[in-house]
Design a protein around this ligand. Structure first.
Ligand code: PLP
Length: 353
């Protein structure tokens, strides 16, 4: 990407960097205050999370994700979600001969996690194609990079097939609050722990969530995993002994973030406005936007090699992410993130016009 970034930086009005999904808006005051007032942290933090944090996570699942009744032993905070994604296969004891399935257009860390464990990563969206050796299935809805959403039936099909294979399902749901088009305009994006998916049985199922995007907390490293109590207990044991303890001030900040829905709605409106400007500008520029019905990205193609589009955009001072960074199946796609200020998004739209 370096030569393209250099080209984009040479634009007289500066670069518009839409290549990574790093939040640009401020962390909410109430969250910063909660962190600041928890800085006397002389004792070790609880790997399991404080009882208050676990209760808040459980209430949040009920209120925002349609998942009632999660008990204390079904939730666990993590140090951001990337570490969990990267280490989960190893923490579950996977190794040589095992398969980790992930989406065809995928956040690269799913495959990294398989590699760390010595397992094999297989990119597949069709449960019928998942190999017999599959031990872990990553779902990602809404998806990064493509903004695809799995509805209740899609989730249930994935769960049924994984159970047939004896595989764990880990559903990475960090963009769930950002539904835009189609049915997701009015309806929440479902969780893998939704009772319509599980029929009350959470065995083998984990939902992974992060506060990085919804609360502009990427620098805090604040996330959690929930689901099957047996798996959570196992992860807790491993994480205790491996020192994977979310810092106490961050746990306090998470409580503040998860107890307030207003800042999440306000942030969503910022992204909605940016998307409403960027999407038509990309279409006018000759791009077809695929999927992208939810999430933080626009996934599009001009029907030519991704690197050609990356080059054209760089000449306009706009940096995008090339499809090949998300697997081998989308050589002509590029990903554009909505994480730029209103001013930079307006600049991008003007240049595309
Ligand atoms: C699909 C997906 N999962 C997980 C993460 C990691 O987020 P964090 O480590 O900030 O919680 C990201 C970050 O971009 C992501 O896109």
């Amino acid at each position: 990407m370096r030569p393209f970034a250099e080209t984009a930086r040479r634009h007289p009005d500066g670069i518009v960097d839409l290549s990574i999904g790093s939040p640009v808006d401020p962390t909410p005051d109430r969250v910063r205050e909660a962190l600041a007032s928890a800085t006397d942290a002389h004792s070790y933090p609880q790997t399991a999370g404080t009882p208050e944090l676990r209760a808040v996570v459980s209430r949040w699942f009920d209120r925002r994700r349609g998942v009632p009744g999660l008990s204390d032993d079904e939730v666990l905070p993590t140090i951001g979600s990337k570490e969990l994604v990267a280490w989960l296969p190893l923490m579950l004891g996977l190794g040589e001969g095992d398969v980790v399935v992930h989406p065809r257009a995928a956040y690269p860390t799913y495959a990294v996690g398989a590699t760390i464990a010595g397992a094999r990563a297989v990119a597949s969206d069709d449960p019928a194609d998942w190999p017999a050796e599959t031990r872990l299935v990553w779902l990602n809805s809404p998806g990064n990079p493509d903004g695809a959403v799995l509805d209740v039936d899609g989730l249930a099909r994935a769960v049924a097939r994984a159970r047939e294979l004896g595989a764990v399902v880990a559903s990475d749901e960090c963009y769930a609050e950002l539904g835009w088009d189609g049915q997701w305009r009015n309806e929440p994006v479902p969780s893998v722990l939704d009772p319509r998916v599980t029929a009350g049985d959470r065995t083998g199922l984990l939902a992974v969530y992060s506060l990085s995007k919804q609360s502009n907390l990427a620098g805090y490293r604040a996330a959690f995993v929930a689901g099957d109590s047996r798996l959570i207990d196992h992860l807790l044991t491993v994480r205790k002994h491996a020192g994977m303890m979310p810092p106490a001030p961050v746990q306090a900040a998470m409580i503040a973030a998860l107890s307030d829905d207003d800042h999440v709605s306000a942030q969503k409106e910022l992204y909605r406005a940016r998307r409403a400007i960027l999407r038509p500008a990309l279409i006018d520029f000759g791009m077809r936007i695929d999927r992208s019905e939810a999430g933080l990205y626009l996934w599009g193609t001009k029907g030519v090699d991704a690197w050609q589009t990356i080059g054209e955009l760089a000449e306009l001072g706009i940096l995008a992410g090339p499809g090949p960074f998300y697997g081998e199946h989308f050589p002509q796609h590029v990903r554009l993130s909505l994480t730029a200020t209103d001013e930079r998004i307006a600049a991008a739209a003007a240049r595309l016009a």
